[in-house]
Design a protein around this ligand. Structure first.
Ligand code: FAD
Length: 319
């Protein structure tokens, strides 16, 4: 019996959300007196034994050139085989884009109950009760998972990774891989940008910025502090910014340490994608803008006057 954690990677690098899942799974293993094991699919440039620092005892590395590009169907089959081989009773993965693509298929394959969007460790004192966010984070539900195998999709940023001492044993796992149903042709990366899903700091602009020609100040501040840029849907719909920057209910869902919103009203559909951010700063000229209710810090003022001052202040701080 064990808790198995899926370690998601991007270009062979372990994602931050995987360290959160690893720490969460290790704590759960401790709580249920079992062992935390991990599965890594595809090539990795990381020293996988360092997952031991996060409480992982054993890493199953399924390394095959057919697995070097993420494919939800193939990855699901492989993770299913590892789950069966190590007789895991709980599978933990991040509820990020890849985790969301894997979890439903894995749940069907293993006949496992799935809780997507878990925000804390399960209460195992009477059943297996997991707290999860519902209604775009507006409420929480407690779900008792009854099936013998349970799958938990951990909300990114809901559980802080805890690094200590330790080295994990790394073993090669020979999975049976069917002929792929899709073929990866190419990846076209947007040059010089920090991917939104991984960003710790995000500077975002809304319709209050009046037009794409005014994004210089958003990009300048982002460049100064090493942040990714985002926008509201209204902005992406107006083609002021590319759609991959749009966050909210119908866009990306992010949980950075800082979300800095400029000229965004804070409609409920926008908040749905950003309200898990640790610190929210809002600049809006309307003191009644709904975003101020969700903000940790708010500046009532014209973005065209406030932003140059913020940029100057950051430049001074950086020397
Ligand atoms: P506006 O609502 O036009 O707000 C602009 C803000 O800028 C105002 O608060 C104004 O006071 C302020 N402002 C104006 N000038 C200045 C200035 N000079 N300085 C400072 N502040 C200024 N929206 C999303 O963002 N993401 C989604 O995923 C999303 N999904 C949706 C799904 C559905 C089904 C629906 C119906 C809507 C969805 N929307 C989504 C749209 C959402 O309801 C809002 O219309 C949208 O978020 C508004 O974008 P905005 O705040 O940039 O623009």
């Amino acid at each position: 019996m064990s808790v198995l954690i899926y370690i998601d990677q991007a270009e062979g690098q372990i994602k931050k959300s995987s360290f959160e899942a690893a720490s969460y799974g290790a704590r759960l293993a401790e709580q249920t007196s079992t062992q935390a094991e991990a599965v890594v699919v595809g090539n990795s440039s990381a020293d996988l034994s360092m997952l031991g620092k996060y409480g992982i005892k054993k890493v199953h590395h399924v390394n095959n050139e057919m697995l070097n590009h993420f494919d939800a169907q193939t990855y699901t089959r492989v993770i299913g085989q590892v789950t069966e081989a190590c007789q895991a009773t709980v599978v933990v993965l991040s509820n990020n884009v890849n985790g969301k693509a894997i979890a439903p298929g894995l749940s069907a394959r293993l006949k496992a109950g799935l809780v997507a969007g878990a925000v804390s460790l399960p209460d195992t004192s009477n059943g297996f009760v997991v707290k999860k966010g519902v209604f775009s984070g507006k409420a929480f539900a407690n779900v008792n998972v009854l099936s013998p195998i349970k799958i938990i999709g951990l909300t990114p940023n809901a559980f802080s990774p805890v690094a200590g001492e330790g080295t994990a044993e790394v073993v090669a796992f020979n999975a049976s891989i069917d002929a792929p149903r899709v073929k990866h042709l190419a990846t076209n990366k947007v040059q010089g940008q920090i991917p939104l899903s991984e960003a710790e700091l995000v500077i975002s602009g809304g319709r209050g910025l009046k037009g794409s020609e005014n994004w210089g100040m958003i990009e300048e501040l982002a460049g100064l502090i090493g942040a990714a840029t985002a926008c509201s849907r209204a902005v992406a719909d107006a083609h002021w910014r590319p759609h991959h920057e749009h966050v909210g209910q119908t866009g990306g869902s992010i949980a950075p340490n800082l979300y800095f919103a400029v000229g965004i009203s804070g409609a409920i559909q926008h908040l749905a994608g950003v309200n898990r951010s640790k610190v929210i700063v809002v600049i809006n000229k309307d003191p009644e803008a709904p975003f101020f209710k969700a903000a940790d810090y708010g500046i009532v003022g014209d973005a065209f006057e406030v932003m140059p001052k913020v940029i100057d202040a950051v430049k001074k701080l950086k020397g």
